[in-house]
Design a protein around this ligand. Structure first.
Ligand SMILES: [Zn+2]
Length: 343
């Protein structure tokens, strides 16, 4: 039987007969969680209760335990899979492959005994993500699926980020706002650039960071914002970097030096968004050109774009047909119910 591929109205990426990725689907015995971002955990509790197995990397499991609470996996059977390793179910072999997005992120490849191959990229940025080649059908994320989402900066955003933070540290503390995964990437960029000031953060971000450290990221010593040392650093405006979730931007560090890190900026590598408040365009997703380049390198027979999580799937499908001559369509067909900004 040929390996069918589609995307359900709930956003489940259905690969072959057995696998549903990133949302619950009652007809599929296996659920794959590609990474720990909330829009890829849709219906996870139902999958844990109803599916034969839920597959993910070890790091993704640990991140979900921090973000959803340790009881999340009290029910269900989890199978942790390393990159490059497979699980076999009936006639289908399911393999997780590295995606450069957040810690633990994976692409998913499903093959059968006839040699049919179908795959899903999950969220990714091209650099550091090996393309899955020569699939019958490839499902690709479409966060920046429109030609208007191109980053054409010549300079290295990481170097810019380090120099902006170092300059501000001369006057005391610097607040950095971002999403889980991105914040830890910034910590590692700073440590690799020999920025050794204390990193201060609330408990949830510290827990996520500890998972990242256990899996090999270089984040150095971390300080809780609620303990004595953390409070002193912040109260006395001593040189330190304070990391907070993007949703705290309106309530934390209002009159201090602040840097907000977001992928949703394409014209400038950085821009001032308030007094002492700057945005830096560091993304953990491919821009439009990188999405097209991944597909060119991958060389699938057909492409399906994810039109559930963002609304650019239809545009990306048209551009793939036009630029690469590969048949492509967006799924699900209907307008998505919401558009969530992904950073
Ligand atoms: Zn994501």
């Amino acid at each position: 039987m040929v390996l069918e591929v589609s995307i359900s109205n709930r956003g489940a990426i259905l690969l072959g007969n057995s696998v549903a990725c990133d949302a619950f689907e009652e007809t599929r015995p296996l659920r794959v969680v590609t990474h720990a971002h909330a829009d890829h955990l849709v219906g996870l509790k139902r999958s844990l209760n109803k599916c034969n197995k839920v597959l993910m990397t070890d790091a993704t499991k640990e991140l979900i335990e921090v973000l959803k609470g340790p009881r999340i996996f009290n029910s269900g059977i989890i199978e942790k899979i390393e990159y490059g390793k497979s699980v076999v179910y009936d006639d289908e072999r399911i393999t997780l492959l590295k995606a450069n997005h957040i810690l633990g992120a994976a692409q998913v490849l499903v093959e059968n005994s006839k040699g049919d191959r179908v795959a899903y990229t999950g969220d990714f940025k091209l650099e550091g993500t090996p393309p899955i080649k020569d699939c019958d059908t490839l499902v690709v994320e479409a966060t920046y699926g429109s030609p208007s989402f191109r980053r054409s900066f010549d300079l290295d955003i990481r170097e810019l980020l380090v120099s902006m933070i170092e300059k501000r540290l001369r006057k005391g503390k610097v607040y950095v706002f971002g999403y889980y995964g991105k914040l830890q990437e910034i910590m590692q960029i700073l440590r690799c650039a020999h920025v050794y000031v204390p990193f201060v953060m609330p408990e949830r971000i510290l827990q996520v960071s500890e998972v990242c450290k256990r899996h090999g990221m270089n984040l150095g010593d971390l300080t809780l914002s609620s303990d004595e040392h953390g409070k002193e650093l912040l109260d006395k405006n001593l040189p330190c970097v304070a990391f907070y979730h993007m949703n705290k931007r309106k309530s934390i560090g209002i009159s201090s030096s602040r840097i907000c890190v977001s992928g949703w900026e394409f014209r400038f590598p950085s821009k001032q968004i308030g007094h002492n408040d700057h945005l830096i365009a560091l993304s953990d997703h491919s821009d439009f050109d990188e999405l097209v380049e991944y597909i060119r390198l991958s060389n699938p027979k057909k492409v399906i774009t994810d039109n559930h999580r963002v609304k650019h799937g239809s545009i990306l499908a048209k551009e793939i047909i036009k630029r690469l001559g590969i048949p492509a369509e967006a799924m699900p067909k209907k307008e998505c119910r919401y558009q969530q900004k992904l950073f």
